[in-house]
Design a protein around this ligand. Sequence first.
Ligand SMILES: [Zn+2]
Length: 450
Amino acid sequence: MNDLSLFPTLAARLARQERIRLAKARVPVALLADDVPGGGEVDRDGCALVDILVENGRIAAITPALADGGEDAVALDGRHVWPLLIDAHAHLDKGHTMGRAPDSGGTHPGARAATTADRLAHWNADDLLRRMEFALATADAHGVAAIRTHLDSHEGQAEITWSAFAETRERWKGCITLQAAGLVPLDAYRDDYGTRLADIVAVHGGLLGGVTRASGGTHGSGLDDIDLLLDRLFALAKERELDVDLHVDEAAQADALPHVARAAIRHGYEGRVTCGHCCSLALLGEQELRDTIALIADAGLSIITLPTVNMYLQDRENGRTPRWRGVTPVQELQAAGIPVAAAGDNCRDPFFAYGDHDMLDTWRQAVRILHLDHPYGDAPALAGPAPAGIMGIDAGTIGVGRPADLMILEAWSLDQVIARPHSDRVLLRKGIFAKRTLPSYSMLTDFQTA
Ligand SMILES: [Zn+2]
């Protein structure tokens, strides 16, 4: 029988800020901040059955599930309860330009050209604010707690975009935590503009970033002085105490990652550098892959896999079915103890025509694409504690003392979590039932082609 009573029950009980016990909640152990409470049962998926006591918007206690839950209980009867999730790699400035930007043909060079045309024609403050707002309202409705976005920071654009981002970050404070990294082709650090960009990033408390290819070029060629450019980037970051987040080797054949790792070691930046994509790792020979992974571990790099966008862009040729899907070797990286997160990347723009800022959807796809099942192990960590660790924020897990930012799913097992989109998920923000509606595409009607 489909239990339709959960929704109104929760809404009625949790609309009032009272002490409440979420009774018999099923939480993946990978998403618990602390150990499973003593004597708690763990199911075959690696999920614990617990009672979660919420008081004044925070989690006051997590205990093994009681038989009756107690008087203050909302009976979840073993449904999955997850923390709100974290998207550690997005592009809020590019998003929701489908229908307005020129058609990209679905390729990486086409996407670059289409984005440049759209940026030069449209990216003023109003346009950026409006599209970022649409993106965040969407992410909010899906239960996203935090986003790190990259911001195209070309000369003449950076000030406009970073100001719009700062305004957006302020508006969403207390609901979605926002971070940003400045994104430019690596050769932008060859001249004085690199210094100006580092200053803009520092003013806004961002991260210094870049993509390991030349302006207008492709990954894997055209950066003969990559070590010099990385030295310049790391020196600028170090002078301003900025962390670094780079787009690396988003292609079948490219070899910037070892250069980034060695630069991180040279500059004492172990533990402060995130690398997104790293697709070409997947095509290395076994020994070279092992050596590169050992170097990544030595350099303390964190890796973010962006599986939906890599599958969209990699190995695309008109009239030919892709033979290679271009995703990062996540399991091998994890086995070496390297922090790895999954993230959404582009959303309805020339680099990826689809997406909806839904980290649960990104995670569900990541598990299937990367074979992170049989067993699931700590796969849920990819969308919670792993990106939280990379962003350095206190979120993405369920723990005593933390805000009761939770999502309740109509699912009793991880295969059920993964099988459906869970559009009916119930969100709690600070312990209160959060009724959210996705913003309508009609808000962007004037973007559509006639
Ligand atoms: Zn990206």
